[in-house]
Design a protein around this ligand. Structure first.
Ligand SMILES: [Zn+2]
Length: 187
């Protein structure tokens, strides 16, 4: 897969002054958001796009809270967010809305994906290594509750896992429980 890489640009935000760079992989345009200094072992958050959570403040999941936690942490301490455009655990927005409709009918998040013919989680993390390699980063402190992300990195050494602590709300309590019980998330 041919990868196009943008120039680096500044992005001031309410969480701090970041720099951004986009990596285009086929039709997917990923975004790296970083705050210097990165140092030898930067804090890294791998975040998969969730339009409803990240930008609409959806309470069905914890993506928006996790992204804000990561922006705040990295805004203070430096590090990098790798924002991967794999919406809805990579089933895409239209399928995600259909999965939500199934959840409205009583299925949990894993069952709904299976009903639509998808795995519980279709995401992949190969781009992460392409991106970290581009920045010559070999060792990271990974900001995550998801052990699959820990296993998926082959050439990058994770020297520490930093958990993301988020208070559940009345809507995402069940979703977080499913993530913990059926997908092995460390919550
Ligand atoms: Zn989400």
């Amino acid at each position: 897969m041919r990868i196009n890489i943008s120039n680096v640009a500044k992005l001031p935000t309410k969480y701090g002054n970041f720099k951004i760079q986009s990596f285009r992989e086929g039709v997917k345009e990923h975004l790296v958001i970083f705050k210097e200094p990165l140092g030898e072992t930067p804090i890294v958050r791998i975040h998969s796009e969730c339009l409803t959570g990240d930008t609409l403040g959806s309470l069905k999941c914890d993506c928006g809270d996790q992204l804000q936690f990561a922006l705040k942490t990295i805004g203070e301490k430096g590090g990098m967010i790798i924002y991967l455009r794999q919406e809805g655990r990579d089933i895409g927005l239209l399928n995600k809305v259909n999965a939500y409709a199934l959840q409205d009918a009583g299925y949990n998040t894993v069952e709904a994906n299976h009903q639509l013919g998808f795995e519980a989680d279709e995401r992949s993390y190969e781009m992460v290594e392409v991106i970290l390699n581009h920045y010559k980063i070999r060792k990271i402190k990974l900001l995550t509750n998801n052990p699959k992300k820990l296993q998926s990195l082959k050439y990058i050494e994770i020297i520490e896992r930093i958990p993301i602590i988020i208070e559940p709300n009345q809507y995402n309590k069940e979703y977080l429980k499913t993530k913990k019980d059926e997908m092995g998330h460390l919550l």
